[in-house]
Write a new protein. Structure first.
Length: 706
């Protein structure tokens, strides 16, 4: 059994060295160089009263050689990366995904009011080659970031100018990645330098072509899984003084013909999953973000630092579907988001204050056109996947105080937020009558958080932390007005008169930092109240079973996560992680008005990662072996059991997958990397995914600056 393999591997490779490391670790050196911004909105090292992780651009591009942003998170404990298809990855963070997790780009929300429940494709529209650092904060962050920040918050800090900032002193860079089992080619070309005195600049273009993915030894080639992508970005940082700057940035992504394969006849059955009936279902995705950010730490008086951000974000998605009888439809939406935020910092005798406001305004348009089997226009629907001619406003005011006590060995962080949201939708289709209707509603919420960090020893090695945080999610346009496919053979219809969801998360843990050892252990419990859940109505719409939404989901999720790293020899480092969770929520498994407590949808199985890394004395060459283990997942909700295209009968089998990675820093400006993933050519699928992962996959990357 996979769980037995997991425990034995973790024990023999890690438990014994872990006991030795407590005496081996040099107590004179503390490794806390990395800085985390997202957890508190201010620069702090890892000694935070939160469970946090950080991935650098070197890890993303030259070590893990990740294909997409979601896949970059798959070895972090507490995160399961479900993939509906090759281009649609969605992380589950402590049991939550979709619009219950929040993604930020340089602190600006990727989430908008049309994000839907369950796995979605939006995180895959962020180019991983533009990222300098990914910061992951587990648990609710609604006090600092508002609605959706329930399971966790991920902030992508994008790359800025590098090399010389002297006027017209340019430094080009080329990055190339090839993966054999994906038949994929990725190339990025960028240039950095100075446009003038105090005007450093970075600009780049990425092209990514993904062929059909080949599964393990039995699955073989999975047809109709490839797609292409073209991205561009620039960032200009204007130094207005020694402590003042203005950043101008733009990024855009275009994905073309991304298939949702499991819905189509091209899908291949895995352990008894059913094959879709549609002849085609492809998505085009476009995203553009432009922002201005002014920062200064020379305010004086009461305010020590100020940050003002103005952003414009457009996200467009289009879907083309051909049914088995050759009838087709085309639908999509266009969301334009205006964002404004103000953040201030003040140091006082009562602690470090961080406070400000955020405002986002979504302007949404959507469409749907139906065609007959001959391709002739049959009807133009009132709305697309969500309402057309709709707006959504969200305003939040937040404050946080970081108070050092007991000779700064005790750290208290308190925070609060008031949030107001309003939805107005004029073009909503009544699924019963087919007539046009409108929906308008608003909500206000106040949440708080309190966290404590205690430095156990005087040498800054051991820390204990705990906290309680409220989270919330206001109903969005997807909740209120969605008229679109849900899971297998389901269609979701509009659901007005919903209330916000409420969550309270409790967490307790310990952290350790030594020169040769670091560790993080946490237990969390999340109380779920008033969660919006899909509920069958018993009706059939366009051949699919109708589901609508209700505030009916009360329940809980709890779990344990462990993350350890131990350098037992100057050249060798052993690392590993372990994650266990369970969760239950009340749902309506049938159309009858009877609640039943069931496991949460797509519950992450017991999962572990164990690895060994060797580094050259001058860190020019490194080799890393990693084993990922996941147990069987047979704890299924009614909706999991009904999702027969993605989840095999009885649940998703466990797996053990091995990976070998290596890198060579040939010169200061040239890095070569390679990997053999899934060495044993295992046939496996991440729980809830619509396709299998790649079989044995040879990956190569080149990173050259000149």
């Amino acid at each position: 059994m996979e769980w037995l393999k997991l425990w034995l591997t973790f024990y023999f490779l890690f438990a014994s060295p872990f006991l030795l490391c407590l005496s081996y670790a040099d107590p004179g050196i503390v490794t806390l160089e990395d800085v985390i911004v997202t957890a508190t909105r201010t620069e702090r090292d890892f000694s935070l009263p939160s469970t946090v992780h950080s991935l650098s651009s070197e890890e993303l591009q030259n070590e893990k050689m990740v294909r997409t942003v979601p896949e970059a998170l798959k070895e972090i404990p507490g995160i399961m990366v479900q993939r509906t298809s090759h281009g649609q990855g969605s992380p589950f963070i402590r049991g939550f995904t979709g619009f219950r997790t929040l993604f930020l780009i340089d602190g600006i929300r990727l989430n908008n009011s049309t994000f839907r429940e369950g796995p979605n494709q939006y995180w895959s529209t962020v180019d991983p080659l533009t990222i300098e650092r990914l910061e992951v904060v587990k648990g609710p962050s609604s006090v600092l970031y508002g609605s959706d920040a329930v399971g966790g918050t991920v902030n992508a800090i994008t790359r800025g100018p590098y090399g010389s900032a002297e006027p017209f002193a340019w430094k080009p860079r080329v990055y190339y990645r090839y993966a054999e089992a994906e038949d994929s080619h990725t190339i990025r070309s960028e240039i950095s330098g100075g446009l003038g005195e105090g005007l450093p600049f970075l600009g780049g273009i990425s092209y990514r072509d993904f062929g059909d993915i080949r599964g393990g030894h039995d699955m073989g080639l999975q047809p109709n899984t490839g797609y292409s992508e073209l991205n561009g970005d620039f960032k200009l940082k204007w130094a207005l003084g020694s402590h003042k700057s203005l950043t101008v940035a733009h990024q855009q992504v275009h994905q073309e013909d991304v298939p949702r394969t499991h819905k189509t006849v091209f899908a291949k059955s895995f352990r008894g999953t059913t094959v879709g009936k549609e002849l085609k279902r492809d998505l085009d995705q476009d995203r553009e973000l432009t922002y201005l950010k002014y920062e200064t730490s020379e305010m004086g008086a009461f305010v020590d630092a100020l940050q003002v951000t103005l952003s414009w974000h457009e996200q467009i998605e289009k879907q083309h579907r051909v049914r088995e009888d050759k009838r087709s439809d085309s639908q999509g939406l266009d969301v334009n988001t205006l964002g404004m935020s103000l953040q201030l910092e003040s140091l006082s005798q009562f602690g470090q204050w961080t406070y400000g406001f955020e405002y986002y305004h979504d302007d949404v348009d959507s469409f749907r056109r139906d065609f007959d089997a001959d391709g002739l226009l049959r009807s133009v629907r009132i709305q697309g996947p969500v309402a057309g001619d709709a707006t959504y406003d969200s305003l939040g005011v937040f404050v946080q105080d970081d108070i050092p006590l007991y000779g700064e060995r005790l750290d208290l962080i308190f925070g609060g937020r008031f949030n107001y949201a309003r939805a107005d939708a004029d073009k909503v289709e009544d699924p019963e009558t087919g007539y046009e209707m409108s929906i308008s509603d608003d909500w206000s919420t106040t949440v708080g958080s309190a966290r404590i960090l205690y430095q156990i020893d005087a040498d800054h090695h051991w820390y204990a932390f705990s906290g309680v945080s409220q989270g919330f999610r206001a109903p969005n346009l997807s909740d209120l007005t969605r008229l679109d496919t849900a899971r297998t053979d389901e269609i979701e219809t509009p659901s007005p008169d919903l209330d916000p969801e409420d969550f309270i998360a409790y967490e307790i843990g310990m952290k350790a930092f030594y020169e040769n050892f670091s560790g993080q252990l946490a237990y969390f419990y999340t109380d779920i109240d008033n969660m919006i859940v899909r509920t069958p109505t018993g009706d059939v719409v366009e051949g699919d079973n109708e589901v609508t939404k209700k505030n009916a989901g009360d329940g809980y999720i709890h779990g344990v996560e462990l993350n350890l790293g131990y350098r037992f020899h100057p050249r060798f480092t052993l690392f590993g992680s372990l994650f266990w969770m369970e969760g239950f929520v009340e749902t309506f498994p049938t159309a009858a008005p009877v609640k039943v407590e069931e496991p949460i949808d797509r519950l992450q199985p017991l999962t572990g990662v164990v690895g060994l890394r060797w580094e050259h004395p001058r860190e020019r060459i490194w080799v890393e072996f990693v084993a990922t283990l996941a147990d069987d997942q047979d704890k299924l909700s009614t909706r999991d059991k009904a999702d027969t295209q993605r989840i095999p009968p009885g649940g998703t089998p466990g797996y053990t997958v091995y990976c070998l990675r290596a890198g060579w820093k040939v010169t200061y400006d040239l890095i070569l990397s390679a990997a053999v993933e899934n060495i044993t050519d295992k046939d496996y699928r991440i729980h809830g995914s619509g396709q299998n992962e790649a079989g044995t996959n040879v990956v190569f990357a080149l990173d050259w600056s000149f």
